[in-house]
Ligand binder design. Structure first.
Ligand SMILES: *Cc1c(COP(=O)(O)O)cnc(C)c1O
Length: 451
């Protein structure tokens, strides 16, 4: 009998996070000050983050212990299952073996609680009373709302306006866990007011919401800010995914030839792929790494690897990353979690150094893959994760063409139960594809700082 599911024990939950910075052949370019262009010190981040997280952000320790309190909460849904997609393989008539790690079993429905719980813990330890954050599709806000609730922290979520209206149920979920949720841009902050003066109808963007949430935190003593992707410490916390997947692939008796994930800011994909990337960087394995992004927000495939701000109001340090320009406002595609102008510095560097490739997909192609996945494997992927499913199916079809067996591993970062309006549009033929116009990209790129 074929085995479909590889399930670990609680005791297999990793006890340490893996920090790829220790194994990069050349160091990550440091974050720099926007005016002086000098590397910033930890104190520059102190108004926003507790020191324990800042230390992780700049750490070059290979393994960092996971606090017991965090691991206890992980036990509510970890270890997550790894599946072999036998039914999808059969439907595709491919010699490839398709494996996927499923992070949608967390209470918030995605991988995001892996870092939300850790961040809430370190803030609580540091005596912080209240957190602020931004959320795109609402997945990050939900994860952090749950985590703050566990640790008795208050939370205000600046939710990108287009998602606030598209996904009312995500707001209700955050409110159920006790968070306050507002539609960004708001008139509660200087950054929000400035945007509304220029464009009262602004649909919002992650960049704008980040400006609002970070201003709120930086101007209050008892408040800190929390980011759900992009930063090194966020990617670090997600590496529980890949460490578990390595054990599960061993149970299956296979090693992946290609590791795939969707990328918004890069955290779920980094979480799955970095432990395998270590085998490539220091073990000399020839594994391929494929990051799947949307055509509507193609930061790796069409952006530039350059120093840029993380936010629209130009308040953050500059980071070297693949960027579409910090003034970029992507169209309101359904994969709200993939609407970030900037890619994580770690993922960006791995792409720039040739260890990873990126591919961009239209949302109709992604939903076509998601529906085929749902009809064979049962699970309805989140629209973000649908991009990874598309890339995995394309790899499996290429294997059919070439007749070569390959082992494909991808991250199914979340379920799509709050995205049924998007499925409805796809199924009724009303979903539109947007490729971001070249002139618009040029326009936003003209605004990145000259370093
Ligand atoms: C937020 C989110 C993403 C995109 O963010 P990354 O940091 O790139 O992982 C992808 N999938 C799901 C389900 C998400 O919630």
């Amino acid at each position: 009998m074929a085995q479909y599911k590889y399930q670990l024990e609680e005791s297999d939950i990793p006890t340490q996070w893996y920090n790829v910075a220790a194994d990069l052949p050349t160091p990550l370019p440091p974050p720099i000050h926007p005016a002086t262009h000098q590397p910033i010190g930890p104190e520059a981040l102190a108004p926003l983050f507790p020191m324990a997280l800042i230390e992780q952000e700049v750490s070059s320790e290979r393994f960092i212990d996971i606090p017991d309190e965090v691991r206890e909460i992980y036990k509510l849904w970890r270890p997550t299952p790894l599946y072999r997609a036998h039914r999808l393989e059969k439907a595709l008539d491919t010699p490839a073996r398709i494996y996927y790690k499923y992070e949608g079993v967390s209470p918030a429905g995605s991988h995001k609680p892996n870092t939300a719980v850790a961040q809430a813990y370190y803030n609580k330890e540091a005596g912080v009373r209240r957190l602020t954050t931004e959320t795109g599709a609402g997945q990050w806000g939900s994860a952090l709302a749950m985590a703050c609730n566990f640790f008795g922290l208050e939370l205000k979520v600046y939710m990108v306006k287009v998602s606030y209206h598209q996904k009312p149920y995500r707001r209700v979920m955050m409110e159920t866990w006790g968070a306050e949720v507002v539609a960004s841009p708001t008139s509660d902050t200087h950054a929000g007011k400035a945007i509304l003066e220029q464009d009262p109808e602004s649909p919002g963007s992650l960049g704008i919401a980040i400006s609002e949430a970070s201003e709120d935190a930086a101007t209050k003593d008892d408040t800190k800010y929390s980011l759900g992707s992009v930063l090194n410490h966020v990617l670090l916390h997600q590496t529980v995914i890949g460490q578990e997947a390595m054990k599960q692939m061993e149970m299956a008796g296979d090693y992946p030839d290609v590791v795939i994930g969707c990328v918004g800011g890069g955290s779920n994909y980094a979480g799955l792929c970095l432990p395998f990337m270590r085998d490539r960087l220091v073990g000399g394995k020839g594994t391929r790494f494929v990051a799947a992004e949307p055509e509507a927000c193609p930061s790796i495939t069409r952006g530039e690897y350059a120093y840029d701000f993380g936010d629209t109001a130009e308040t953050t340090p500059l980071m070297q990353m693949h960027t579409l320009g910090h003034t970029f406002v992507p169209p309101g595609i359904h994969a709200g979690g993939l609407r970030s102008h900037g890619m994580s510095p770690i993922i960006s560097k791995l792409c720039a150094d040739g260890h990873m490739e990126a591919r961009a997909y239209h949302q109709n192609g992604a939903f076509e893959a998601a529906v085929q996945f749902a009809r064979t494997e049962g699970i309805l992927p989140a629209p973000e994760a649908a991009h990874a499913v598309r890339a995995a199916i394309d790899e499996a079809l290429a294997a059919r063409e070439s007749g070569q067996r390959s082992n494909i591993l991808f991250n199914l970062s979340g379920h799509g139960h709050f995205d049924l309006a998007a499925y409805d549009q796809y199924l009724s033929g009303k979903l539109e594809d947007y490729a971001y116009p070249e002139e618009k990209i040029k326009e936003a790129m003209a605004g990145i700082p000259k370093v």
